[in-house]
Design a protein around this ligand. Structure first.
Ligand SMILES: Cc1cc2nc3c(=O)[nH]c(=O)nc-3n(C[C@H](O)[C@H](O)[C@H](O)COP(=O)(O)OP(=O)(O)OC[C@H]3O[C@@H](n4cnc5c(N)ncnc54)[C@H](O)[C@@H]3O)c2cc1C
Length: 345
């Protein structure tokens, strides 16, 4: 369940291992489609997952070798908010351009043999003899031997008993579908990086700290991480993140207020970029407090799996999807995942 980055890459791994796979996706706003797609394989993760992430560039190259272009490319990264001139501010980086990824996935999945169903799963899967029953709209019931929850922020309503560390935020960006011609390019110190298709991010990224504080929040809190990323022929400018207390993602926050906050935060980096006429868009994004995603079987629910809540999904998913596929197909033991600290329960 879920046709974003996590559900799609896992589906590809499972069909490659010979399992028949149906991918059910509501085709609603997905975090993947609005993502900067930065592949921070060097940024680490808690415990043994950190070193494993160094395999991410190889994984993307292999995926592209097998399935054709998915948007992966090496790209420059510029960090602001620190002194200039150190190599620390120019780390190697890569990006998966989410416009390319989203455009390619339906063809790639179909060619690999994944059956695609455009439908919403209405309620938590119900156990039946030999597997699970899903209620789809449109489409009615669907029976499956095994089910993987890879529905991002939609996972909680499909499995209310998920561990509390799995939560969701709202993230918003300004979407420039094409790169505008600026009257005076030199007026913006950052524009040359956009022209060279580099990602610009704050050196001190606030989003992880906000996610880490989620469990103790008494009221909603938002932050702006000012930066931008190439997105097809255009740019994503932002981003604003809002986290609410509790486990319910809730209704989308008021877009006008969020856009105003985002533009004011972005103006601190570059008033010219902040004033560009670009529509504001927002999506719910799953994350796990503590930085380790949920990957593996749901305790006490034979044949029900979870693959969600990534911190750095574009580095974590391509590395973890083959491991989970090995466990689901019985090639590897769940202890592989336990050693990484990603099991639920
Ligand atoms: C602005 C922004 C910038 C980001 N930058 C980065 C970055 O630089 N690097 C990085 O690694 N990560 C980044 N992220 C985070 C990353 O994009 C996400 O963690 C990742 O894309 C999540 O993928 P997913 O497949 O788990 O979820 P999603 O992409 O949200 O996909 C979930 C899918 O499940 C479907 N679904 C939900 N409920 C149901 C249901 N009941 N029935 C059927 N289908 C359902 C939805 O329609 C959706 O298609 C960013 C995110 C945003 C928003």
């Amino acid at each position: 369940m879920g046709g974003g980055l996590s559900g799609s890459l896992l589906a590809l791994e499972l069909v490659e291992r010979g399992l028949p796979v149906t991918l059910v996706d509501a085709a609603e706003a997905k975090a993947t489609a609005l993502s900067y797609g930065g592949v921070a394989w060097w940024a680490g993760a808690p415990g043994r997952l950190g070193p494993l992430l160094r395999e991410a560039p190889d994984r993307w190259r292999r995926l592209q070798g097998r399935h054709g272009p998915l948007g992966w490319r090496r790209c420059g990264l510029r960090l602001h908010g620190g002194g200039w001139g150190t190599t620390l501010l120019r780390p190697p980086f890569a990006q998966v351009d989410s416009t390319v990824l989203m455009a390619s996935l339906p063809r790639v999945l179909a060619a690999a043999g994944v059956e695609l169903r455009r439908a919403r799963v209405l309620a938590p899967p119900r156990p039946v003899a030999g597997g699970w029953k899903l209620e789809l709209e449109p489409g009615g019931p669907l029976l499956a031997e095994q089910v993987v929850l890879a529905a991002g922020a939609g996972c909680r309503s499909l499995a209310p008993g998920l561990p509390e560390r799995h939560r969701a935020s709202w993230a918003g960006v300004l979407v420039l579908p094409a790169r505008p011609i600026l009257p005076k390019p030199a007026a913006s110190p950052w524009w040359r990086h956009a022209v060279r298709r580099r990602i610009v991010q704050p050196r001190h990224w606030q989003r992880p700290a906000l996610e880490g504080a989620a469990a103790g929040l008494q009221e909603e809190r938002w932050i702006v991480d000012a930066g931008f990323a190439p997105w097809g022929e255009g740019l994503l400018l932002g981003q604003i993140s809002l986290v609410r207390p509790g486990l319910d993602t809730g209704e989308p926050p008021p877009p006008e207020a969020m856009e105003g906050r985002l533009r004011r935060g972005l103006a601190g980096l570059d008033p010219l970029l902040a004033a560009l006429p670009a529509p504001y868009r927002q999506v719910p994004v799953a994350f796990c407090a503590g930085g380790l995603p949920l990957v593996g079987p749901l305790p006490g629910e034979a044949g029900l799996w979870v693959f969600s809540g990534f911190g750095g999904a574009f580095a974590q998913v391509p590395v973890l999807a083959p491991l989970l596929a090995d466990v689901i197909t019985g090639v590897a033991d769940p202890s592989t995942l336990a050693g990484l600290g990603v099991l639920a329960g």
